[in-house]
Write a protein that binds this ligand. Sequence first.
Ligand code: PHE
Length: 360
Amino acid sequence: MRLGRGFGHEDVVIRTGARTGLPVIVAMHSTVLGPATGGTRLWQYPDWKAGLDDALRLSEGMTYKCAVAGLPNGGGKTVVVLPEGRRPTAVEKRDAMLDVGDVVQSLGGRYWTGPDAGTGQEDMVTIASRTGHVFCRPAEHGGSGDPSPYTALGVFCALRSTAERLYGSPDLTGRRMSVVGIGHVGRHLVRLLAEAGARLVMSDIDPTKRALADELGAGFTDPQDALTAEVDILVPCALGGTLTEALVPRLRCSAVVGAANNQLATPEVGGLLQQHGVLWAPDYVVNAGGVVYAVARELHGEDHATAVARVESIGATLADLFMASDAEGVTLVRAAADLAASRLAAGGAARHGGEARRAA
Ligand code: PHE
């Protein structure tokens, strides 16, 4: 008998890395649709509990991301908690990846990892020396490579669908966009947007990113100004928690559509955006391109063109959600959550049906 709701995650493993002594946290939010899947984040936090919070939030987001994208994967995430104020040396980073590989291997396939903030495709090679449950090694090591261009492509397609919703045409020529965070994904996205003729303002905490803005003929401002810039669409591509209750009343955009995970500082901010007439495309709908591409290539053995077409279908998924929200008279956030919930319910029923058949 099930007794109500409590802790929403299936399982969380917290180990002290044998080599580094660093906390290695693997949060498995759901395996209802398949193995919990999500990248390894190597990042600084005030303490391991802050890292745990991040892992919990990020892994839940991965569950909805995979469900809405129609993937046979659940939601997970690994966080390796670095102490604040010191970057790891190359040797320390390698040791951290070996520690992650050991933890992932011990989970026996219930969780698959990949890159995330602070890690890249080369780190996946190190992880792969300890476990096979890893996506996105470079092609020469048998993987599908850096997922960032595909995450960017999916966001780009979502931006076109958003433009169609707002202005009746997906054409981005002359549309003003503020891209906040020029990291792995942001730098690919701004190129796509510049090619499409968008008028860009860019920002990053790292001032050297100005060079890319100069190259693309885009403006460059500090992140605070970029968040409140007068634009058509705000495109958050940095770390999560950008959209706060304090920021929403100051926004001067029609929509927020970006690559960052966990954009809402609290769930209530979703309602606040709605009240202020700002269209927010749920992050987990928009930023699935990386995991979609990796799963298509590495689990399903699909060719590049087929996998790219799957990434591009994120635009159609968002358009379908706009239609569902109209048809059902619910917010876009609700429509997306309902789609994820229905996929999870169907997966859960299939799983329990299978168990019942085996038991009979
Ligand atoms: N960092 C990616 C994301 O947030 C996760 C990912 C995992 C990408 C596995 C590819 C493969 O979606």
